[in-house]
Write a new protein. Sequence first.
Length: 320
Amino acid sequence: MGKLIFGAAAMALLSGGCATAARAQDAGNASSGNPQAAPGGGPRNVTIYFSARDSKGKIVTDLKIDELKLSVDGVSQNIGTFLVPDGAPPLTFDLLLDVSGSRESHLPGIEQKYGYTFFTTLLRAGDLAYVREFSDTSKLLAIASGEPTLLTQAVAHESAPYHRTALLQAIYEACTDDLATGQSRKAILLITDGGENHSKVSEDVVEKCLRKENVTVFTVGLFDPFSVRPRTAEEMNGPDLADEFAFHTGGAVWPVTDEKDFMDALASAVEQIRGQYTIGFAGPAPKPNGKPRKLELKTSRKGITLAWPENMPDGEPIGR
């Protein structure tokens, strides 16, 4: 799977509410035969989440199980459970707001203007959301709420831009503290310029946590071009870092430069998160060396691009 960056406008979501998802297909909990385990151990229960877009960038919500092929390390896997977006499990969501000093020139405070509409279009019954801000440290502003008004108030209390950027630290703390809840479907949305320069954890440690907790990472990237102002080495690396997290977790990145871009990005994020499919299968056990197994998901439907996690999530063995 290549790195996916979507910038298509979806203004209707933020102006008049989210479009109704396509009717759930009668896929049931389809199963076909025994799991085919790749070398390295017995099968284990695995769940992954993915999204689909057509050639025009629109989210597709009516794929069927017989249009999909899943493999792990090149070995075909039998899909045991398939849920279309209307039947998706509850979501645990974390909004991470960059309040580092460099945000002074990157649409400062823009998230406060659209917070309520974002949460009302994103959250469904049973979903829970956190709000966390970060600069050289991170701080929770709202804890496990499904109430858009409370979450919006939390966003309104985010700090003015200050200090350095511990982006990796914020993701790690969200992963370990906020998203380790037992709810199966988890996502992070970063609003950041990507200028990591102050974390105590490595990118590898963060990616392992995201894989363990099965988290999808999305980024609204406030990436100023070099022509606007000189950029630090950390800021120059910001888009690549965001791309890596999207690629590894099945998420997406939306670069923005102005308010309209920002609105479109939030709308696209809502579309993609609410448009996630769920697949369950009996996958192979972890590799003895601890390295992740590689996933590949394909569809027979023409013109469709899928976004799925590059690596199989960690999980408990169910048989040996």
